[in-house]
Design a protein around this ligand. Sequence first.
Ligand SMILES: CC(C)CCOP(=O)(O)OP(=O)(O)O
Ligand SMILES: [Mg+2]
Ligand SMILES: [Mg+2]
Ligand SMILES: [Mg+2]
Length: 149
Amino acid sequence: KTEKTHMEKVPRVGVAVFLLRGKTVLLGLRRNSIGDSTYALPGGHLEFGESFEECGARELKEETGLDIEKIEFLTVTNKVFKESPKPAHYVTIFLRAALSDPLQDFQNLEPDKCSGLGWYDWDNLPKPLFWPLEEMVQSGFNPFPSQTD
Ligand SMILES: CC(C)CCOP(=O)(O)OP(=O)(O)O
Ligand SMILES: [Mg+2]
Ligand SMILES: [Mg+2]
Ligand SMILES: [Mg+2]
């Protein structure tokens, strides 16, 4: 009897972080993964037992060396990515956060997955954006705390 191994397709959970510094947001140019060569928020896969906030803080530390605080839930999306070599389905949790130390700057700790990080003015974002982020921007989404927040 030959064992059939099914690369079963299941939805996965991603956590993306709007790390805000003044009117700018931290973006990375993705490489060798879904959304290759597009500007995306830092973040990654939710790991077993993590809270959303723990995942966001871990992924930011792993990818940029930055410590973040004031982590808040913003929104969630449910998207199928057809462009990758094989289709992928992600539920993505979007968080916002601030730098624990406003003077700390990033290091690109995963150059094989990110061609470069940068702080970008929300009103003058680089292109092309990773398409779920592009959709949010087009919809007028505002990740910044309003004065009343
Ligand atoms: C593709 C995205 C919505 C979810 C996965 O994010 P990612 O590829 O940055 O994941 P890792 O940082 O965990 O490698
Ligand atoms: Mg990561
Ligand atoms: Mg990860
Ligand atoms: Mg990542």
